[in-house]
Design a protein around this ligand. Structure first.
Ligand code: NAD
Length: 300
């Protein structure tokens, strides 16, 4: 049976690897945080002690890491002498990075992989932890047609919608646009709910009204930021992530970097990024990104 090496078993990678195991695939797991990797053991995941041990003899490697620096270090190596996996894997190994990172890092890794004869796709995801658990993620793939087809065969075990955005790095660019929109929508949703509550409205009643009106959006539908309105949302669980606030700040920063390069105007995204920067500076970076609601509720 072919073996998949899965690197990065955090809030997203953990449930994604779980779905590969549930589909009957052979999965070897590695995370710098051994406890995160060990959670996969009862389902049949083989815990590797190191990156080289994880990728040795694997047919496919999937990475799900926080940011571009982690992805570059894992694939290409780092300045402290760490060797990248492109120097460890056997010929024919197929590479999929599902992290959300800057398109330049994705294109760099794709080019370095190509030089060594490996196929690589960037394949960031949308759908959050709930989508990762349910196996209903959206994958947004950048790479060649043939690499997209190969990626599809693996990604179908973890997601429902699998899009080919274009060439290497284009998956990341599409994902950055999506999260720019999400950051703006979450900020706006927090703002509207807070305004209603400050003026005597019940947040559940207001949410139901907006859900059936033109203010309807993903945050209101699936991820209400006000505690108590939606039982399964992070807001009703002390804002445990979910999608950490620091990761939303990172993604909005990626949107700003891209806008500087293309000279695009993104006033709403820039404002949303600054709201998250303030919020995170106040010690909230490890909370779910919907905790921005508390920023609006606090009166200083
Ligand atoms: P996370 O911080 O929970 O998980 C990242 C994991 O990577 C951690 O367990 C960490 O120990 C591990 N890691 C870091 N460097 C490593 C290395 N060198 N070798 C091995 N393991 C390493 O983050 P997450 O929420 O799972 O997000 C992962 C990526 O997915 C991010 O790019 C994020 O922006 C994106 N994303 C997250 C969500 C979400 O809802 N959480 C949704 C869509 C996309």
């Amino acid at each position: 049976m072919s073996t998949i090496a899965f690197i990065g078993l955090g809030n997203m990678g953990g449930p994604m690897a779980e779905n590969l195991l549930k589909a009957g695939l052979s999965v070897r797991v590695f995370d710098l945080n051994t406890q995160a990797a060990k959670k996969l053991e009862p389902l049949g995941g083989v815990v590797a002690e190191s990156l080289p041990a994880a990728v040795e003899g694997a047919d496919t490697v999937i990475t799900m890491l926080p940011a571009g620096a982690h992805v570059r270090a894992v694939y290409l190596g780092d300045h402290s002498g760490g060797v990248g996996l492109l120097n460890m894997i056997a010929s024919g190994t197929f590479l999929i990075d599902c992290s959300t990172i800057d398109p330049e890092s994705a294109r760099l890794v794709a080019a370095e992989a190509e030089k060594k004869g490996f196929e690589f796709v960037d394949s960031p995801v949308s759908g959050g932890v709930a989508g990762a658990k349910a196996g209903t993620l959206t994958f947004i793939v950048g790479g060649t047609d043939s690499a997209f087809k190969k990626a599809h065969d693996v990604l179908k075990h973890m997601g429902k919608n699998i899009f080919h955005a274009g060439n290497a790095g284009d998956g990341q660019m599409a994902k950055i646009c999506n999260n720019l929109m999400l950051g703006i929508l979450m900020s706006g949703t927090c703002e509207a709910l807070n305004l209603g509550m400050d003026n005597g409205l019940d947040p559940t009643v207001l949410s139901n009204i907006m859900l059936q009106s033109s203010g309807r959006n993903w945050a209101l539908e699936l991820y209400n930021p006000c505690p108590g309105v939606m039982e399964n949302a992070p807001a009703s669980n002390q804002y445990q992530p979910g999608f950490m606030s620091k990761l939303m700040q990172k993604d909005l920063g990626l949107g700003m970097d891209a806008a500087l390069k293309s000279q695009s105007s993104i006033p709403m995204g820039s404002l949303a990024r600054n709201l998250y920067a303030f919020h995170n500076a106040n010690g909230n970076e490890e909370l779910d990104f919907s905790s921005l609601f508390e920023f609006y509720r606090s009166r200083g």
